[in-house]
Design a protein around this ligand. Sequence first.
Ligand code: WTA
Length: 662
Amino acid sequence: MSEPGSGAASGDTGLSNLLHEERRFPPSEEFAADANAKADLYDAAAKDRLAFWEEQARALDWDQEWSQVLDWQTPFAKWFVGGKLNVAVNCVDRHVAAGNGDRVAFHWQGDPAGDKRTITYADLKDLVCRTANALTELGVKAGDPVAVYMPMIPETIATLLACARIGAPHTVVFAGFSADALSGRILDADARVVVTADGQFRRGEPAALKPNVDEAVAKCPDVRHVLVVRRTGADVTWNDHDVWWHDIVDRQSTEHEAQAFDAEHPLFILYTSGTTAKPKGILHTTGGYLTQVAYTHRNVFDLKPESDVYWCAADVGWVTGHSYIVYGPLANGATSVLYEGVPHPGDKDRWWKLVAEHKVSILYTAPTTIRTYMKWGPEPLQAHDLSSLRLLGSVGEPINPEAWMWYREHVGGNHCPVVDTWWQTETGAIMISPLPGVTATKPGSAMTPLPGISADVVDDSAKPVPNGGGGFLVLTEPWPSMLRGIWGDDQRYKDTYWSRFEGLYFAGDGAKKDEDGDLWLLGRVDDVMNVSGHRISTTEVESALVSHPKVAEAAVVGASDPMTGQGIVAFVILRGGAEDAGDSTAKELRDHVAKEIGPIAKPRQILVVAELPKTRSGKIMRRLLRDVAEHRDMGDVTTLTDPTVMNLIGEGLEKGGGKDEA
Ligand code: WTA
């Protein structure tokens, strides 16, 4: 796949560019001919960026047109100033009014196989209106934050849209988080109403939610009501402020007159799950956000609302769920699959059964899931008809070239364009991605900023790096769906994103430009390793490891080293069928890395593990691995999907499972 790395480090100010990729996948002629986005989209945006965004905003229904496109007082933006619209009307009512009430909005599949519901746009409108009326009865008014701690069920979508409908910003807390995480967020957002369920199903088993809410709310004296959906039927403790969903929502009218809100009215606050510092409440507003999520969803996923079945397999607790399960797809009138469960070793087929059953045509998931299936092997996929798929998307982490190839081959049957989409909770919507009918993709590259978006890679002194160089990813112009700040903390907003480089948004990610100027994301800059003065990204070494036929997944960290400053320690998960032959495997993998990207990046130690520590949204937590590699105490691991993973890894290292280079 690659020529040996040049190892060209750009001194102290940049990041080494080690990995080279020669494979190219242009869109097929048929796909290109029928694509929503053609190459002229780039020209239109380049000619007049603000006029381009106005054009995109016109895809929505506005009650009042804006008087100014952008008011930019660095770093505070207002988009579509003076415009007014209602988000829920744009996502639901207008499709019913256009005669599409019978179109399916969601094919919902619960975790237990027999739990299914089909929800049309007309059904969704009734449910959203009822929920809006119920929230109003509970005293929620425009501007009052509502906390949402719910499983992946249709009521959750209705709650978000009902909040949007009445102008109450929602703050969703992932239903796997602890009572402490929940109370911290309720207090920070000052939410007075919490919406939850008695429990949820996970991996075939019911799990309680209500006790966490009870514990959290005991610390939040201002909470007036807790609205509870009956999902599992588990016994719950009942408090004065609790209200059953079926008691209050079901008896409401299906009519609700929506009011238009200012383009800059708060739509939601979403806390980024920091592991050390206090979580940041990322604030998003109405008009610009909806404009960009709808635009990106239509063009990056090439959505044809009449014929596509779209499945974003994220959880609604993450920004991906907000933007690409709820707001983008619904604004575009899409038909989606909504699935309550997650892939697990006890049911490796489930996902692919769902794709075949609903004839899913567009699938959007995370590299961690793809690598999980690489580990399990392709058999569960081969047993199902996946021929309905026509486009695949990836988000959440850098996707290693071999994982990208595996996705293309085993999921996409070698005929689906793969779009690797870079964005963040803070950006609200996709920023860097191929356009599937235009871009000749490269496995592992997010390629170029979308039309209307401006990004660059700069060195320590904010100077753009030349092609072939690496450094820090920055966004150079404001964009419609950008965060409007950190809830209640403007100073932290400035410090975190706008103080590193004057006038530029600092994303916190390393990146490189290849010889053609295309962008490759290299992981968080905090994870960059410094080996003998070379700044090496975790992503490139991990991708080199994953390109070995025995490896499904890899995480590397820099551990302090008396000789080289830092030494590279690698944790690898083998693919199904591959055997760990001890030291010889370690040597084989080390040699492979040296061959792929150069001897400088050769891991000092390689440890074969069964699992890696990940956040609940699937990102590898390298900080914890660094602690293990340096034999430090591990600190707080409660945001991990499986905290016991760390003990196992630690024990492996103590027992000499870590294969030191002789
Ligand atoms: C990482 C998720 C490489 C990146 C939408 C970013 C990616 C962080 C990609 C944001 C990608 C997301 N390639 N890295 N395609 N997508 N990331 O806020 O480090 O959960 O800064 O938003 O995920 O994560 P967040």
